[in-house]
Design a protein around this ligand. Structure first.
Ligand code: ADP
Ligand code: ASP
Ligand code: MG
Length: 399
């Protein structure tokens, strides 16, 4: 049996016209001899009746934070509605389909509600349905604990469900259908002339995904890579061939930079040693923050200063801790972390210099930088994100 997993995101299942396109994609796979497993997200985006954000807005934020198990149960409803509605559309189009929750589809997770980790995927029920010639329509984004509690896999986690199922079934491919033609050199909502990337390696996509390119979840890339299953990103509403993600990527490509992305909602924190002389907590600051579950990024430690970034949502907690232990500090709010990604930048001199020059020529202040073998990060004010990404996109001729 030639199995293919086809995942359809929230916008792809949001209207009758789009749901008809889903049917066309599934029919095409069947006509090519594949046995498809369909994975669906909740229908629509924020504001639309059954979208995940709309469901979450029914809860107060304190309740949500303190009752993650209940919030997961509510969020799971979005995908459950979607899988049954989609099964109905398949029925209307003469395709026998079986809606399944993530748990029924075999995804067993730990009990880390809101960001659960898959422990095992049992394929028995899926294989039974496929061998009857029917199409399983699995709710994305969710699993079940050993004790039967419904969990979710982290926001955007329907991609992860598709990749976990694809790897467990040793599928020929995992297709992720969305509202853009594939992975582009930058978010097309930010850079008008962003170009489609035809083929790219798991590693580069993982970097882009982890640094904010929403088009695919990093955990999905990881799961597909572990199973060595080709991942293909496609547009539900077009016939564009999309982006193929595999182990090698485009070995012909000589481009140094593959893509640019960003994470907004960052706050930069600076603590000077001279402002905190005689305060013994200064030495243990990183431990204190870690013990309070505040995760840090872009950490630079100098003899005279410690600088790092935190998520904006952690700012109040950090300020309270610093007040309690009498630490003096300064912060810059509303920052974004640009990530310039390219697996060929290793050993090429001058890439950072070119980035800094381009940003400075455009009067964009760089607050902090960091680099690894495949990525250069620049912290900037969020107001400058659009201009900065467009500037760098032009500088590295990514169009
Ligand atoms: P879905 O609901 O189908 O999962 P998402 O909203 O999660 O869709 O992801 C698709 C969106 O990702 C696109 O609409 C696009 O704006 C955004 N995006 C961000 N970075 C990129 C990129 N480099 N290439 C393509 N799309 C991107
Ligand atoms: N519906 C979930 C979310 O909005 C999962 C997904 O769409 O991938 O996060
Ligand atoms: Mg998504």
């Amino acid at each position: 049996m030639k199995i293919i997993v086809q995942k359809f995101g929230g916008t792809s299942v949001s209207t009758p016209e789009r749901r008809k396109s889903v049917v066309d994609k599934v029919k095409k796979a069947i006509s090519e001899g594949y046995s498809p497993v369909v994975v669906v997200s909740a229908m629509g985006r924020k504001g639309e009746a059954y979208a995940t954000d709309t469901l979450l807005s029914l809860l107060s934020s304190d309740f949500k934070d303190e009752n993650k198990q209940a919030a997961d149960l509510l969020m799971c409803c979005g995908e459950i509605i979607s899988s049954v509605v989609m099964s109905n559309v398949f029925y209307e189009n003469n395709i026998a389909a079986v809606p399944l929750t993530g748990g029924q589809a075999g995804i067993l997770t730990d009990d880390n509600f809101s960001d659960a980790k898959s422990l095992n995927v049992s394929t028995k029920i899926l294989m039974d349905i496929l061998s009857q010639g029917k199409v399983p329509v699995v709710t994305g984004f969710q699993g079940v604990t050993q004790d039967g509690f419904l969990t979710t896999l982290g926001r955007g986690g329907s991609d992860t469900s598709a990749a976990l199922i694809g790897a467990a079934l040793k599928a020929e491919a995992i297709e992720i259908y969305t509202d853009v033609d594939g992975i582009m050199t930058a978010d097309p909502r930010i850079v008008e002339e962003a170009a489609l990337i035809d083929i790219i390696s798991y590693n580069e996509v993982f970097q882009l995904a982890e640094q904010g390119a929403k088009v695919i979840h990093p955990k999905a890339v990881e799961a597909a890579m572990r199973g060595n299953i080709p991942l293909i990103i496609k547009n539900t509403m077009s016939d564009c061939k999309g982006t193929l993600i595999n182990n090698v990527g485009d070995i012909q490509n000589t481009r140094i930079i593959t893509g640019i992305t960003h994470l907004s909602g960052r706050t930069q924190v600076s603590i000077k040693s001279e402002d905190n002389q005689g305060n013994n907590h200064y030495k243990e600051l990183l431990d204190i923050l870690a013990n309070n579950n505040i995760s840090l990024d872009l950490i630079n430690i100098f003899p005279k200063e410690k600088i790092f970034t935190i998520d904006d949502s952690m700012k109040n907690r950090l300020e309270k801790i610093f007040k309690d232990i009498n630490i003096k500090y300064t912060i810059i709010e509303n920052c974004s972390n640009l990530a310039i990604v390219g697996s060929r930048m290793t050993g090429i001199p001058g890439v950072m210099a070119k980035i800094i020059k381009a940003l400075s020529d455009s009067n964009i202040e760089v607050l902090q930088t960091a680099d690894s073998h495949m990525t250069i990060w620049c912290l900037i004010h969020t107001d400058n994100v659009q201009k900065a990404i467009n500037t760098l996109h032009r500088t590295f001729e990514l169009s």
